[in-house]
Design a protein around this ligand. Structure first.
Ligand code: SF4
Length: 296
C-alpha cells in the first residue's frame, strides 16, 4: 500500500480502506496544525491510485467504505474525483461510500451541479475542519474561511445531498473569548444542522505557530474550568434536530458521545459532574500528551 508519512484519519474510518490520492494538505497554514509540516502538497498520479486499488481488490475485496487521504483530498478537481470514484467502484464493487477530509475552500471551488454529480458517484461523508463559528478565532487560526462562508458552503453540501462531519475545536477563542466562541460556534452549527458533530479541544504541538504563541504568551490557553464551561455553554445553546455528537477525541476533558437533542441533558450532567470532580484544578491547564491527549 502506498501511504506516505504519518496517516491521519477520523476515528470512525477505522474499518475503511485508506486510499492515498494526494500528499499533504493544500492549505497547510492553520495556526494550530503541524500534521503535514514538511510535506509538500502533491497530487498522486492516477497510475499509483489504480495500483493501490489493485492491491485493495486482492486483500480486502469486500470493503464497503473508502477514505481518501491526505489532508484535504476534496481539493482535487471534480473530474479527478469522478475518475477516482469510477476506479474505486470498478476495483472494489462493494464500496458504497467514498469519504475524505475537505475544507470550506474545497467546496467553494465546485459548482452545485458538480457537487450533485460527486454525490451520485458515491462521494459522501466529508470530514470538514470548520473549527469555530467566531470570525476572530477563524482569523487567528488562519483557516482561510469566515463563519459566513462556512455557513454558505455547508448549506450547499446539504442541498447536494452530501452528509458531512462538522469538526469544531473547544478553546479556539482562547481564555479571552471562550464564551463568544461557544455561542458563535453553536449558532453556526444550528444554522447548518450537520449530521455529525466532531468535537476536539485545542492543543498545540511543536512545529506550529500556536505552540510558539502559547510559549510567548501571545495566545492564552483556556483553563480546565473554561474548557468545561465552554463545552457546557456550547451544548446548552445547540438547537439540533438530529445530530450525532462525537466528542471522544482524547484531547477532550470529558470524552462523550450522544445523539442530540435526545441526550442533551445527560451530556450536560456529565460535564457538571466532571467540573465537581475537578473543582480543585479548575484554574489549571490540562496536561497533554501526544495528539493533545489529556493526562491529568
Ligand atoms: S488543520 Fe486541516 S486544513 Fe489546516 S493545515 Fe491542518 S490539515 Fe490542513
Amino acid at each position: 500500500m502506498n501511504l506516505s508519512g504519518i496517516v491521519y484519519r477520523p476515528p470512525y474510518e477505522a474499518n475503511s480502506f485508506l486510499l492515498q490520492v494526494t500528499r499533504g494538505c493544500s492549505h497547510n497554514r492553520c495556526t494550530f496544525c503541524s500534521m503535514y509540516s514538511g510535506v509538500p502538497f502533491a497530487v498522486c498520479p492516477m497510475e499509483e491510485v489504480e495500483a493501490d486499488l489493485e492491491e485493495g481488490a486482492r486483500y480486502c475485496p469486500d470493503v464497503t467504505r473508502v477514505f481518501l487521504e491526505h489532508g484535504d483530498a476534496f481539493v482535487l478537481s471534480s473530474d479527478r474525483l469522478l475518475a477516482i470514484a469510477e476506479a474505486v467502484h470498478r476495483k472494489l464493487p462493494k464500496v458504497e461510500t467514498i469519504a475524505m477530509y475537505a475544507s470550506i475552500q474545497n467546496i467553494r471551488t465546485k459548482t452545485d451541479a458538480e457537487l450533485r454529480e460527486l454525490r451520485a458517484s458515491g462521494i459522501h461523508g466529508l470530514d470538514i475542519g470548520v473549527e469555530s463559528g467566531l470570525d476572530a478565532a477563524l482569523t487567528y487560526m488562519n483557516k482561510g474561511h469566515t463563519a459566513g462562508e462556512a455557513r454558505e458552503q455547508l448549506l450547499r453540501l446539504t442541498e447536494a445531498g452530501m452528509d458531512y462531519s462538522f469538526n469544531a475545536i473547544l478553546g479556539c477563542g482562547g481564555a479571552e473569548l471562550w464564551k463568544e466562541n461557544a455561542d458563535a460556534t453553536a449558532d453556526l452549527i444550528n444554522a447548518v444542522q450537520p449530521h455529525l458533530l466532531f468535537i476536539g479541544s485545542l492543543h498545540a504541538e511543536p512545529g506550529c505557530r500556536l505552540y510558539q504563541d502559547m510559549k510567548d504568551g501571545v495566545f492564552h490557553e483556556c483553563t480546565i474550568g473554561q474548557l468545561l464551561d465552554e463545552q457546557e455553554r456550547l451544548i446548552r445553546r445547540l438547537d439540533l434536530r438530529n445530530t450525532y455528537y462525537f466528542g471522544s477525541h482524547p484531547s477532550n476533558l470529558v470524552p462523550m458521545q450522544g445523539r442530540l437533542p435526545r441526550q442533551k441533558q445527560d451530556m450536560i450532567d456529565v460535564i457538571r459532574e466532571t467540573r465537581e470532580a475537578l473543582r480543585t484544578q479548575l484554574d489549571m491547564f490540562p496536561l497533554r500528551g501526544g495528539e493533545g491527549a489529556v493526562l491529568n
